[in-house]
Write a protein that binds this ligand. Sequence first.
Ligand SMILES: Cc1cc2nc3c(=O)[nH]c(=O)nc-3n(C[C@H](O)[C@H](O)[C@H](O)COP(=O)(O)OP(=O)(O)OC[C@H]3O[C@@H](n4cnc5c(N)ncnc54)[C@H](O)[C@@H]3O)c2cc1C
Length: 342
Amino acid sequence: MENYDVIIAGASFAGLSVASQVRGKVLLVDKYDIGTFQISACGAPYDVIKDIGCEDSILQISDTFSFHVNNKIIDIQLEKPYCTFSFAKFCHILNSKNNADFLKAKIVGVKKRGGLFTLYTSKGDFSSGIIADATGWRASVAEKLSPGYVHRDMLSFGIETEVPYQCKTFHFFYEPDLIQEGVGWIFPCGEFSRIGVASYIGQRKLMGKLDSLLGRFNQKRQRVHGGFFCYCLKEPVVEGVFVVGCAQGQTLPLTGEGIRKCITYGIRCGEIIQQIVDGELDLREGQNEYSRFALRAKRGYDFLLKVQNGLLKTSEENIKMVARIISKRMVSKFVERYYRDI
Ligand SMILES: Cc1cc2nc3c(=O)[nH]c(=O)nc-3n(C[C@H](O)[C@H](O)[C@H](O)COP(=O)(O)OP(=O)(O)OC[C@H]3O[C@@H](n4cnc5c(N)ncnc54)[C@H](O)[C@@H]3O)c2cc1C
């Protein structure tokens, strides 16, 4: 059985961010080829994508969010622009920043004996003293070591499709007629747009709602992608495994924004792991340091979850009133800064 300094499970936003910081003998495992398993609209703050060196993957930049509430459109001007990017290009650029061995295989099991993990995959078994689980909401490693780690009642579900529709701003639809317990969106991507709908309560029957949103813009559904995402922050270290990204619940409630968080937490997790590999931190110190970092924004997550739950109960008229208040320049600046600090 081959032994590695570090094994990273999952090679999407979180896994690739961890890998970008770790040297030594590293194994990166994913059941799909890198950059082929897109679930998201790939919208993120422009500076986050630029700072991680993936600017070449950007498709469109805009500094306006347009909220559709109660048949009105309320524009919110952003201080810092947002962008969409190509998932494949982003992953390939970020992947070029590591020297890990990539293995396309499904993780089917894990065992811990003493300080050593054995990872069982569809293409053989591998061992390491350090594992990072970045396998998304399923938390495929952590859940196997600690059954019940995944809170199935704390998952949102979304789907979207890419259509040849062009627009200038990011659109969000808070309209009960469209979707009662969630949100719709249009993310502009240059020649095309990603149009989608998501349910905060994990409702999976969304095709009709997606078709209805597409119909408003005379568009027809193309290939659909999407999935669940977890919005509840959980323990960052489970049985000694570092849990990163959506696996730890790092996708924000209310907005469903996860990429920015996966990158930030992934990079910090990778830096800490490298310090452990270099002997600057012992394993326990590194785990404590990562736990502190990954839970530092818990109050912000809890607050957004309260707003998300409140949104499910409040009237469209109230949502419109709040959106109007937020659209005032001073208020929007404050809200944007608070949100970006979470
Ligand atoms: C429809 C939709 C739209 C979204 N839009 C946005 C957006 O515009 N902006 C934003 O910030 N966030 C968005 N999100 C949320 C965002 O997609 C997640 O926060 C993000 O994908 C989490 O990244 P991750 O790396 O943690 O996990 P994932 O992206 O889920 O990646 C997990 C990786 O692990 C691999 N894996 C899983 N299990 C195994 C296994 N057993 N063996 C091997 N490999 C495995 C998978 O193949 C995958 O590559 C959206 C989500 C949805 C559903």
